[in-house]
Design a protein around this ligand. Sequence first.
Ligand SMILES: Cc1ncc(COP(=O)(O)O)c(C=O)c1O
Length: 474
Amino acid sequence: MTPETGTAAEVPSATSAPAASGGRASVIRQDLDNVLHPAIAHKQLEAEPLVIVEGRGSTVVDADGTEYLDAMAGLWCVNIGYGRTELADVAAAQMRALPYYPHTAINAPAAALAEQVNGLLGGDNHVYFVASGSEANEAGFKIARQYMKHEHPGQARYKTITRYLGYHGTTLATLAAGGMGDRKTKFEPLGGNDFVHVPAPYCYRCPLGLSYPSCDVACAKTVEAAIQGEGPDTVATVLVEPIMSAVGVAVPPDEYLPVVAGIAKKYGCLLHIDEVINGFGRTGAMFAHQHYGVRPDMVSIAKGLVSAYLPIAATVVKNDVFKSFVGEPSEMRQVFQISTYGGHPVAAAVARRNIEIIQEEQLVKASADNGAYLLDGLRTLSRHAWVGDVRGKGLLAGVELVRDRQTKESAPPDVIKRVVDFCRRNGVLVGRSGGGRHLGNTIQLSPPLVITRPEIDHVVSVLDRALVELGSPA
Ligand SMILES: Cc1ncc(COP(=O)(O)O)c(C=O)c1O
């Protein structure tokens, strides 16, 4: 597909309707001449541009009129679906009243949102607002370090135990915390020994060569070995995304998180849970860690917090941690950082209404029920030799493609691309894992929580046809 050429520029003003199809070619030209895009190769964008101009429910529409079922909810984030114009009304009203004020002062929407989020997380927390998931994790690292300086002045607790194959964000520290080599190499070296990695609970390809349940979740126990090896009085936190999303939706055994939580507690480390994708209903619970009955010390939230209608995120800390930051000015105990957009009143007002919609429309239950339905549908794809594993929880699912089921050799990148492209040509946008050269072989699905069963059937049937078209592995 090549971009059309020759149509007159039709640049929408800030108040006009979405770009009309007549302007698509000029928008593409304007973009390619001026924008440096994230993650996608520019030649690929030039060859296959998407110019999304509007959306409703689970569907987005290109400027050329083509409709796509967005089975990734953007970047795993538009939980309540597109086209909720009432959120525009909430934003406009708040913008008229107060567009911004720094969060060194109090604003009503952020206070109300904090109370709402606190309630969802057990009621004994305080909420530190930022603008992105990366910032939320980064703030978590800093809050943990500062907390350890306050509470254990004789120790140097600064390290984070984290997992290979994890993704926790795009800043240098969150990248270092992640365990996806391919995403890091262009930026290395990434500081010192702040982040210590242990094997991921990726059961289909157990890094310890074991099988569940006889493994006795040995991967969880490596966290203890790492803490002991590093020296417990150097470790501040253990960081876990309950269901590892970006590597292809690795769902751990149920015991995994409780075992890790117990180890963190035993050594006085804070348990930091990354709910940036997992949160707000994505996995069939309001927060994924709630499936496993653990109580984290810190939780990072973003994406579904506001269904990406505006940028807002937060680091939620338990009151035990919060207390350490309370004091007189002369004590200098306050959080030693600030983000300009933290506690943004407009984003907070919109996030608040977003959460109400999730609750009013029972989207967490819908995610659990329709997620099970999706998984059942995806399991039928196992009739294709390319399908090595199908897994998921709630509306978060992965279909791992392999060349050989015995050896589990990953399907090569061109095969994954053919599947993704087939789906797109047939009106369905799916994702692929970011595990790098060797593990970029999982088709990922994370649709809006409002996706309907006929839409789920459509996604499964298009994937089925894509796999038929592939034929058998050579
Ligand atoms: C688990 C996880 N944590 C953190 C982030 C970073 O969030 P952001 O892109 O908003 O900085 C992401 C992004 O996808 C993520 O998947």
